[in-house]
Design a protein. Structure first.
Length: 328
């Protein structure tokens, strides 16, 4: 046994420069996690550390390694669910303070808060329809972390501001980045994910290879395909219709907001006109007093402003009628 051990040690010693050094340069993944103190921590501890970062930064950390990718996906999915719950809480608080009548809601101090929260609700529903189907199937995570950060920014702005700006001004950045994220996901990522769906995988197997099992199994697979294919097409149609309805609703909210602004401007203009009429009446009253005082000082009769105006108009009419028309 001692000779065998010496042989093995001699072989290892001879192969130390060729075989052992490559093994040390590429350690296994478990050893990598042990060497890295951050990745060696429990998942709960890593998630607690990631909570100090923004969701945009968390989405960028997915490219570090597979373990970090798994943890970041979990944090992003939880972040989208948390922002949905936070939005519903804010909306309930605002609705509880608004009056029930629609006419009173328009002139309420929280009207802009309600409009902004309604527009955010529409954005959340569109994002939910776009991403969560594949998230629930464990094919991907909620990829755009920057959208979550922007939704949180809007909600905190609504909660901390008594007189917020108009809805289209506050939500401009959110609409831009969420629309770009949904368009990129539909155009670039969804075609890849559809190939990983169970129904698509089954149809690819049936089309690409000949059936090996008996007739009963082939009939069951064909029946499954017949059930799944129309439902998937119907779901895509429903999603398109819901997206269209959401966009129409957003446009309707914007138009309603523009109408409210125009009504407010009209009300302000009517108030200005009323003030000008009151000032004009005051000036006429002062003019009458001056004319009365001047007439009393001269000892003559009191002139009437209305009669003086009428006399001027009569004189003008008389001059117009007395001037002959030489053009005929």
């Amino acid at each position: 046994m001692a000779a065998v051990v010496e042989r093995v040690d001699g072989c290892v010693g001879s192969l130390d420069s060729d075989a052992v050094s490559p093994r040390q340069s590429t350690p296994p993944p478990d050893q990598q996690h042990q060497n890295n103190p951050l990745l060696g921590l429990p998942i709960v501890a890593i998630e607690t550390i990631l909570n100090f970062l923004s969701y945009d930064e968390i989405s960028l950390l997915r490219s570090v390694c597979k373990r970090m990718d798994m943890i970041c996906q979990r944090v992003l999915n939880q972040g989208f669910l948390k922002v949905e719950r936070y939005h519903s809480l804010c909306q309930r608080q605002v609705k509880a303070q608004l009056p029930r009548r629609e006419s009173e809601r328009r002139n309420h101090s929280l009207a802009r808060h309600a409009d902004i929260l309604a527009a955010v609700e529409t954005r959340l529903s569109l994002l939910n329809m776009t991403f969560m189907k594949y998230v629930d199937s464990n094919l991907c995570c909620f990829i755009p972390g920057k959208v979550i950060d922007e939704i949180y920014r809007v909600l905190r702005y609504v909660n901390s501001t008594r007189a917020p700006q108009r809805a289209h001004e506050v939500l401009q950045e959110l609409r831009d980045i969420s629309s770009m994220a949904m368009e990129y996901f539909d155009e670039k990522i969804v075609p890849i994910l559809k190939k990983k769906l169970p129904g698509a995988d089954l149809s690819g197997r049936l089309i690409g290879s000949a059936p090996v099992a008996g007739p009963s199994t082939s009939l069951t697979t064909m029946s499954l395909l017949a059930k799944n294919t129309p439902s998937r097409s119907e779901m895509t149609k429903v999603q398109k219709q819901v997206k269209g309805n959401g966009e129409i609703r957003v446009k309707q909210l914007e138009q309603q907001k523009q109408l409210q602004d125009q009504e407010q401007k009209l009300l302000e203009q009517t108030q200005v006109i009323g003030e000008q009429n009151a000032r004009l009446a005051e000036l006429e009253h002062k003019l009458r007093e001056l004319m009365d005082s001047s007439a009393a000082a001269m000892g003559g009769p009191r002139p009437n402003v209305e009669s003086s105006r009428k006399s001027k108009y009569v004189d003008l009419d008389f001059h117009q009628t007395s001037i002959p028309n030489f053009t005929k």
